[in-house]
Design a protein around this ligand. Structure first.
Ligand SMILES: NC(=O)C1=CN([C@@H]2O[C@H](COP(=O)(O)OP(=O)(O)OC[C@H]3O[C@@H](n4cnc5c(N)ncnc54)[C@H](OP(=O)(O)O)[C@@H]3O)[C@@H](O)[C@H]2O)C=CC1
Ligand SMILES: O=C(O)C(=O)[C@@H](O)[C@H](O)C(=O)CO
Length: 271
């Protein structure tokens, strides 16, 4: 799939395995999701690939992202682990391959980025990017290779607006993707969000997804409940006013629910 055709809302698969993974992905495809986010770390690439094949959808209609984990940084290690991901997925191509975290303490992320550039040059992956990179990490990639990532997938939700990072992305043509787009349900009861939900006749979760879309961020969400998955896709049709977007922007308190990219070092094996 061309980058310009990339779906606007992604379906996450972290911590989903076996029958539950198959059930959620089948419900997600039924609801209209066409972008699945996995990672070596999630230990479910084989199940994701199987669900894509089982969907009956043409392969070119589904966007599959996977990521290399922290224990496989470095040029040769990335190339080797990409091969393992491809075998696990059992798909001919992966649409987007990301470096999951910078793990700056290892000082291997720029070398890892060179490996992603090679994979793209060789046509083994269509698009490449990073996840959880801060501005200095992105600057370093450009300084060393002259190429910015196409995507940076970072934690973002109303309590973590990522304003400086998003401005940097906009200046350098990097797409912002939001993981934990719903902050795992936290803050959906905030009066600003429930108030806008009442104004437009939508659910709080739909309001948050519509807010991501209005500010040009691509949200990735997850639910085990088919009705929530369907509601998420319906958010594509919602339009917030500038005032509603600004009111949600004002909830930003720089509050992370997940790890801090500057200190995240989890090196447990992904496989
Ligand atoms: N690159 C990275 O480092 C990271 C990437 N990710 C990716 O992003 C994906 C999404 O992240 P995740 O944190 O799961 O996303 P969300 O913010 O969507 O959180 C999902 C949780 O929110 C609940 N939820 C979903 N919809 C609603 C709703 N309408 N009302 C209330 N609660 C709701 C779900 O519960 P229920 O199932 O009961 O509906 C689930 O427990 C991951 O699966 C993964 O693919 C995640 C973390 C880090
Ligand atoms: O879920 C992800 O994509 C993450 O990067 C992290 O949540 C990671 O999997 C983790 O284990 C953090 O402790």
């Amino acid at each position: 799939m061309r980058f310009s055709e990339m779906p606007r809302i992604g379906l996450g698969t972290s911590q989903l395995h076996g029958d539950e993974l198959a059930r959620v992905l089948a419900a997600g495809f039924e609801a209209g999701y066409r972008w699945v986010d996995t990672a070596a770390r999630y230990g479910n690439e084989a199940g994701v690939g199987a669900a894509v094949r089982a969907s009956g959808l043409p392969r070119e209609d589904v966007w599959v992202t996977t990521k290399v984990w922290n224990d496989h940084h470095g040029y040769e290690a990335v190339l080797a682990d990409f091969g393992t991901s491809m075998r696990e997925l059992g798909l001919e191509r992966v649409d987007l391959y990301l470096i999951h975290w910078p793990v700056a303490s290892r000082d291997l992320y720029a070398e890892s980025w060179r490996a992603l550039l090679r994979l793209r040059e060789e046509g083994l992956v269509d698009h490449i990017g990073v996840s959880n990179f801060q501005i200095p990490h992105l600057e370093r990639l450009f300084a060393e290779t002259g190429v910015y990532p196409l995507v940076n997938q970072v934690e973002a939700h109303p309590f973590l607006g990522q304003v400086p990072l998003r401005a940097f992305h906009a200046a350098h043509g990097i797409q912002t993707q939001a993981w934990s787009a719903l902050n795992k349900g936290r803050g959906l009861d905030d009066p600003v969000i429930t108030g806008i939900a009442g104004e437009i006749g939508a659910s709080p979760a739909q309001v948050v997804l519509a807010w991501h879309l209005a500010r040009g961020t691509r949200p990735i969400t997850k639910s085990g409940k088919p009705e929530r998955l369907a509601a998420g896709i319906a958010a594509l049709d919602l339009r917030l006013s500038d005032a509603q977007v600004a009111a949600i922007d004002a909830l930003d308190r720089g509050e992370r629910g997940g790890p801090d990219p500057d200190t995240m070092e989890l090196m447990e094996a992904s496989r």
